[in-house]
Design a protein around this ligand. Sequence first.
Ligand code: FCB
Length: 451
Amino acid sequence: MQNSFPESFSFHRDDFPADFVFGAATSAYQIEGRQFGGAGSCHWDTFAATPGNVPRGDDGARACDHYHRYAEDLDLVAAAGLDAYRFSASWARVMPRGTGEVNVEGVDFYDRLVDAICERGLQPFLTLYHWELPSPLADRGGWCNADIAAWFADYADVLLARIGDRLHAVAPINEPWCVAWLSHFLGLHAPGLRDIRAATRALHHVLLGHARVLEVVRARGAGAAGAVFNFEYAAPADGSDASARAARFYDGVYNRWFLEAVCHGAYPADVLELLEPHLPDGWQDDLATIAAPLDWIGINYYTRKLIAAAPGRALPAVAETVGDLPQTSMGWEIYPAGLGEFLRRVAAASGGKLPIYVTENGMAGADEVVAGAIDDRARIAYLDAHVAEARRALADGVPLKGYFVWSLLDNYEWACGYDKRFGLVHVDFDSLERRPKRSWYALRDALRPTA
Ligand code: FCB
């Protein structure tokens, strides 16, 4: 099966503008090893420890032990010929209780890490929150509590005071939809709530937290201040009006809620009609803050969903159905055209000039080690098709400045534990040995400068 896929990429970096950035992305909880270096407990530890949430109760206690092996990992980024490294910091590593006392060892770690990124000639793209909320803040309601914006700003300020001088770009939050809806309405990520009021409050507070931290990034002069959204292409599952309405709601709460808030200072009217009763008092007063200008927008893109109405269910009455496109090991359909769609859509919403990055794109595959090698040609095909969409968008005038593969390493894939492998580099979770996959070598060839 793998043999029907290409062995190399069809693009070369010369096909892109000279300043176009190729990078790889990771996140703290997924790779660092939470048990090392004095980090506090976070709500992913407790979510994973609750039976039924994650296979085998896998958590990020050790993960890839990047905490001790970061130099080797960054060597792999540099040796692939990549230009940038997108990573996140763990709030609970910097402030084990979420507020107050700072874990000096944790801040020292990020200081060393950023130095190591820069030493290899890579541009550091930092995310301040990639999902691990310190447990004491989860106890206080986490993203449902309006105070989180101030807690988040304090943490950001402590960390950026130390490392902000060397950052190329900063995004406060990775994927606000996941932080709010996936985690508080669908219950599939920590803290695992299924509560419309909690979810709606989180939808608002996550944007408020984003905005407050943007102010901190600017005050600290810590690189270009941006935002990273996961956008998912939503199409009606059939020709019925009911499916069209359901798909519109899905697109509304997934995509338009965030894009319209940050670009236009408004929530989409159709979604607001359903969610307004659950928003915190005075939400309107925050919209101007939420729409503060951005230096760039990042798009994380993986798949599309076919949406049908789910009769008889409470709000929102949507059901995901599976189409007939090839799927990755996540069961996600491969739909590269959706990336092109979002690149054009975000460019239009943000005025056509704001720099855009693809901050995550990639796939999970079976990725077995056979005779010491991992022949992940399916990944090469997946990435190649999406990079082709990126090139088309550039040709259409989208101000696309870079493309990051998710992920550098196989890692802790949240509610799937260690079962789903997204890396350009294979990780043996017993020995922790790293082994570049065929996709890593192919990318190195595509990025090699012409003599
Ligand atoms: C994204 C997350 C990332 C990883 C990929 C597969 O939504 O940002 O941490 O889990 O999906």
